[in-house]
Design a protein around this ligand. Structure first.
Ligand code: 9D3
Length: 254
């Protein structure tokens, strides 16, 4: 996981609301990376390829039913324009509730591509023939309904941009590496020492760095067990961590 190859430098964003991307390019860590030109983004508005004066990009579904469908020719032309701007071998991802759910392992695979084009839909969805002819991968950000693909695309782009060398400081990069132990984070505390009658755990004030490290890793393991047992794979744990789990399990049985 350490030092994996990040080829990603170029992003494409196809959306009828291209201004939404400023949430990513103007703020925080991703904003600084954009200003430092650690990556570039090209936005394409499909309305550019509409054939009527209203800029229509959607139409009624064949077979009837509610909602509108985004038109294949207009989306295909948008992707072709994105490819002329980014390079013909760019990966094309359509954001969709029907896509595979993104996780950190998916992010690791995606950063190996030098250029990725994201297609964000509105309305009921994309004409299936566009997906078949132009799209390499459909991605979802999880099992909830949102109003369009823009925020899901920006969420994935944010996660990708963080992997580009130079985007995070050295300290945060090291921290991200340690996240890949696959556990939830330990609790964090800062001043004041007492807040509404709640004290900071004594161990964190002890100055005993070995004890603090042990406490933090035990907390991380315990929280993962309690909140996200689906993340726990005994094969990925150290002998000590497995022993801790066995001890808690024995205690829970008694
Ligand atoms: C009535 C059926 N709905 C499908 C679940 C309609 C519908 C809801 C939301 C159609 C499109 C959308 C817009 N959502 C996305 O474009 C989307 C999305 C999402 O809603 N949840 C999780 N991931 C994603 S990625 C794109």
């Amino acid at each position: 996981m350490t030092d994996q190859t990040v080829a990603l430098r170029k992003l494409g964003f196809i959306s009828i609301f291209p201004e939404m991307l400023s949430g990513l390019t103007d703020w925080g860590v991703t904003g600084r990376a954009a200003r430092d030109e650690l990556f570039t983004v090209e936005t394409i508005d499909p309305r550019e390829f509409a054939t009527d004066k209203h800029g229509t990009v959607d139409d009624r579904p064949y077979g009837g039913g509610p909602g509108m469908v985004m038109k294949a020719p207009i989306l295909a032309q948008s992707v072709r324009k994105a490819k002329t701007l980014l390079g013909g071998d760019a990966l094309v991802i359509a954001m969709s509730p029907q896509g595979v759910a993104v996780d950190e392992a998916m992010i690791s695979r995606l950063v190996a591509h030098e250029a990725i084009i994201f297609v964000a839909g509105r309305y009921e969805g994309f004409d299936e023939r566009f997906l078949e002819s132009e799209v390499d991968l459909e991605l979802s950000v999880g099992d909830m309904v949102v109003s369009g693909g823009e925020m899901p695309a920006m969420l994935v782009m944010d996660s990708l941009i963080r992997r580009i060398p130079g985007v995070l400081g050295d300290e945060m990069s090291a921290e991200q590496d340690s996240f890949v132990d696959g556990l939830l984070d330990c609790p964090h505390y800062t001043r004041p020492e007492i807040f509404e009658g709640r004290a900071v755990p004594e161990v964190l004030l002890s100055g005993d760095h070995a004890r603090i490290a042990d406490w933090r890793s035990a907390q991380a393991l315990q929280r993962t067990l309690n909140r996200r047992p689906d993340l726990l794979d005994p094969a990925d744990l150290t002998d000590e961590q497995r022993a801790m789990l066995a001890r808690w399990d024995a205690k829970a049985q008694s």
